[in-house]
Design a protein around this ligand. Structure first.
Ligand SMILES: *Cc1c(COP(=O)(O)O)cnc(C)c1O
Length: 481
């Protein structure tokens, strides 16, 4: 459908909208372990209402919206206190973890440009378990990415590997609290010592964990220190649209003090239009996420979040126990949070995922990388709490079902075919051919993912990336049937 000449009726459009979303992931089912963070019916409806109440306001210019300045500074103050910051800690609201991370990397880059102009090629050291958003930030900001290995058993960052990677060009160290894939908190204390010793900045990526880990700690979990209580930590990112359950488009980035945050702010008055002063990457900024985040946090309240955390912790224990007991499944490691990674040495987890999908569960695949084998990732949620027994029963049934599947044949063939090819010499045709072998039609979403994932799983990372870019470049192209 293209642009209507005459306006259509609301009824017709609502009907069309409902039809279009009929095949989307059903977030109300309690059967998905990611993408949607659902605080329960009432808080969800409340957040929606506040969001639309501030639908039209624009955080581009806080001088005409004092309410938005107040939301933003209060949200940052709440976040700073939550993460043991003192009154010196400042920060800003952003649209998500990625934006917070881009801002933190830009701040580090510009801080060093000012303080150590002799560094012409700044470097950031990232344990391989660090989020892809750092790679994106490095790519956008022309900072060199220096990946370092992690402990192959616990998947925690290894301070010694980080230390070895420090050069005279290093500006920024990164630790996760926790890492997305394995849900483990890096040794932030040791990284902080390194940062102090070498005069470096240290960013803690607490996008996933920042909000909820303090509750797990209060519930008696042995959570390692990761926040501003740790000397050497200079900035932290924490998403609100994940485990703080606020509507999407909500994150904060915090800095130890204003001397550092100064380098985040962008001002421009060298053009003929309005003067720009931006805290974030975006200029025109939706106010809905900000107002809704403030309202939902205060609606659920500290005790409410503690109770949610208690239930999630229990659900996580139950799931990990079920997986540990299963003879065909194994936990990748012991997580510090409600993020669970498990794999199998006997069956294809990619077929297991498709099978679970067929009966209405959504679970996420992760491809093998370095010492981390391909696995299934679950971000356990409030809405999953009631469904854990059912999940484990269905998981067991699906394991039995996929046991008979002979897997990996096509992937093996592809590996043979492409193993001695040089990526730089690959033509578009080769990629079309590869997509074809994987059963991918160029401009359609595939129905079954197992074989595609198996193929991606055997290819080197840069190969995967190239392939996926080709695919997306075709997919996002409107064609009349
Ligand atoms: C989700 C996440 C991010 C990126 O956040 P977005 O909101 O998806 O942009 C970064 N780091 C970690 C650990 C995350 O879980």
């Amino acid at each position: 459908m293209k642009f209507s000449k005459k306006g259509l009726s609301k009824e017709a459009l609502f009907q069309e909208l409902e039809e279009r979303r009929a095949n989307d992931l059903n977030w109300r089912s309690g059967r998905l372990f990611g993408y949607v963070f659902d605080p329960g019916e009432e808080a969800m409806a409340f957040g929606k209402k506040v969001y639309s109440m501030f639908l039209t306001e624009n955080a581009l210019d806080f001088s005409v919206y004092p309410s938005l300045l107040q939301f933003e500074t209060e949200l940052v103050a709440i976040a700073a206190e939550h993460l043991n910051g003192d009154e010196e800690v400042v920060g800003n609201f952003s649209s998500g973890g990625t934006e917070s991370i881009i801002l933190a990397v830009k701040t580090a880059r510009d801080y060093f440009r000012a303080h150590k102009p002799e560094i012409s090629k700044p470097e950031m050291i990232l344990p391989v378990t660090g989020h892809a958003a750092f790679h994106k930030a490095a790519h956008y900001l022309d900072v060199k990415m220096v990946p370092v290995p992690v402990d192959p058993k616990t998947f925690r960052a290894n301070a010694e590997s980080v230390r070895k990677a420090i050069t005279s060009n290093t500006i920024l160290l990164v630790g996760s609290a926790p890492s997305y894939a394995h849900g483990v908190v890096d040794p932030i204390k040791e990284l902080g010592e390194l940062a102090l010793k070498h005069n470096l900045l240290l960013h803690v990526d607490a996008c996933m964990g920042g909000f909820i880990l303090p509750y797990f700690k209060r519930l008696g979990e042995p959570i390692p220190d990761f926040d501003f209580s740790v000397p050497g930590v200079t900035s932290i990112s924490m998403d609100l649209h994940k485990y703080a359950y606020t509507p999407k488009g909500a994150s904060v980035v915090l800095y130890r003090d204003k001397n550092l945050r100064r380098y985040q702010i962008f001002a421009c008055s060298r053009w003929t239009g309005y003067t720009i002063i931006n805290n974030a990457v975006q200029s025109t900024r939706a106010a809905g996420p900000m107002a809704a985040a403030w309202a939902v946090l205060n609606f659920i309240g500290d005790e409410g979040y503690l109770e949610i955390a208690r239930q999630k912790l229990e659900a996580t224990r139950k799931i990990t126990e079920g997986i540990r007991k299963h003879k065909d499944l194994r936990m990748m490691t012991k997580p510090d949070m409600c993020l669970v990674a498990f794999t199998s040495d006997t069956i294809s987890i990619f077929h297991l995922i498709d099978e679970m999908n067929r009966i209405g569960w959504y679970i996420q695949p992760a491809l093998n990388f370095g010492d981390s084998k391909e696995h299934i990732h679950l971000s356990i949620n409030f809405s999953n709490v009631e469904r854990i027994d059912e999940f484990l029963t269905d998981l067991d049934k699906c394991v039995e079902k996929v046991k008979t599947i002979k897997f990996g044949k096509l992937a093996h063939m592809v590996k043979e075919e492409f193993s001695n090819m040089d990526l730089s010499q690959l033509s578009d045709e080769t990629f079309s051919q590869l997509l074809g072998m994987a059963g991918i039609q160029e401009s359609k979403l595939p129905e079954e993912m197992a074989e595609i994932n198996e193929i991606l799983n055997v290819l080197p990372a840069e190969f995967r990336e190239h392939l996926l870019i080709e695919f997306i470049n075709n997919l996002f192209h409107f064609k009349e049937n």
